[in-house]
Design a protein around this ligand. Sequence first.
Ligand code: ADP
Length: 657
Amino acid sequence: MFPGKRWSSARSIAALFVLATGVPLATLFWLGWRVWEQDRALEDQQIRQRVERAADIAVAALERAVAASEKRLAAGIEDWPQGAVVVSWHAQAVRVRPAERVAYLPVSPSLPRLPDAPFAAAESLEFRKSDFTGAAARYSELAHSRDPAVRAGALLRLARSLRSAGRLAEALPAYAPLLSVDGLAFEGVPVSLVARHARCAVMEALNRTSALREEARVLAADFERSRWALTRAVSELYAADAARWGAAPSPKHAERELLAEAVTALWQGLPASGPDASGREWKNIGEENVAVLWRRSGGGVLALVASRQFVAAQWLNAVGGVLQQERVKLAIQEGSGGLPAGAIRRAADTGLPWNVAVASEDPAAERAPFLMRRRLLMAGFGILVLLSLLAGYVIFRAISRELAVARLQSDFVAAVSHEFRTPLTSLRQFTDMLREHCGLSEERRDLCYEAQARATGRLTRLVESLLDFGRMEGGARLYHFQRHDCAQLVRDVVEEFRREPQAASFDIRVTGNGSADIETDAEALGRALWNLLDNAVKYSGENRAIEVAIERRDSEVAISACDHGLGIPAHEQAAIFRKFQRGEEARKRGIQGTGIGLAMVDHIMAAHRGRVELRSEPGRGSTFTLVLPTRKINHGPSRRAGRNQENAPRMNTDEHG
Ligand code: ADP
């Protein structure tokens, strides 16, 4: 085969390999990638749909919780859990329940004023003449009045003039009865607050520290339970004094402040007069937020103002079960801040006071089954990729083998033609010589005939051997087994071979340890030995010695042909027994051959239930040994001796005699 042709066939193999493996592989990768992408998209979509559904359910539950609060509000219920107050107002009157949950009111209710007239004379003594003792005596008398307002006014003035007179200790009991007076105001401030505050101031002046702290604590406690409905300014003024006198601020102070501020802001922004309306708001108060549910009707406003704690405990908690069931978490919008990722429900759409975001409770766990599915899918693709690689490899190997066989066959045809040409040429030459030179001497004529006979013999052997090989390959070779003396048979073959012209210059020696009876097809065994001798001659190089040995080994006979020529490298020693296989050295040196000799030897040995052994070293020669059993051969189906399995012939045996 020409090198150019070989190159193009290699290219076609490569193209075929790419087609058979590369294209399916690329398709598989592309498909795998597409499937992965689509599965991810599907996963996202399914999770989104589930969260959207859960968001609807959660928002509906939240809506129910808020609506329930609105109902309670409308029903006039004033007992609300911690963190919320109900506020209502008409015109100027503001009412908050529970009152103690706010630190102050937007406006204070106007309390009845104390009368001034009964004290005009005593006050004249007190202020114009600075007669504090005289004034105190007059006030003491009035303090026994039946009118509680006059009584309260007298006691306040009595204490005041005693203080002015420097009789501080006496001022304290004068204030004492006023501490329990409710519903009366002195200059807009509740009388009891004025009295308590004044007692603190007196105690401070008297340096009665512990009594002062106790008094201040009571003052602060009264603030905390909103005993007095005060405006922010009054409340802060008195509360600051209480703190100065050692009253610890209430832990609920911040929440009371927040709710009071929220109520004030609501009152300021929502006039009682106006069309009927209602609303839900998430009002921003300083850095905090409060929820407001309000309704205006009939010239009045009713509202629920609730802190974040109330919202969390009453409304968000109410949807906790739904959230758990739906495996989602919920967040409401804080201030103007952004919402966490998830299904968003805007306040404008839901009517709730806030925007709401709902997200999966555990996104990783939710994605786990999808991930597992994708991994399985990818494993499937991986297996497909491996299979297609394997298929590509198998195809590649099969094609390479076919090409190699085709190459070997083509080499074989060339070699056979060459083998034929040599005897045909000498036949033709000697025939021409006989025809053209009629006057040839008897002696020369005989030489010509002999040469013709040799060429014809060679041709016959060649044809026979090819036909034989064909039959062996096709399993149609018939073997005629008979008992023979192996030593004799070998000597006959060697003798005949010595007469061949190519063997003329060789010293072929036969050694042996006696006769050995074996059951054999003499012609086949002779052909096998002939092939070995022929090879020994061809591949001997300069060396001219060949040894043939017959050796008995227990139940076997070994016939070996040993030369001292080229030798065979280890990596070729198995391959040369395959049909058409030739050694590299034989090719390089241009030694003629068809590559079927050893394959035939192998066939023949298998038919004899024997084997071929080879010992060889490059440059030192080779020894081929035919090992045959001496016992009677069982002619069942042939079991090959391990080599050349794919060429194993179906063996037909035909025994005669
Ligand atoms: P052929 O001799 O026609 O090439 P064979 O099947 O008889 O075919 O031999 C196969 C190959 O084995 C030969 O081409 C040669 O390379 C190698 N070979 C066989 N016998 C010998 C030997 N005695 N010495 C060296 N090489 C050998």
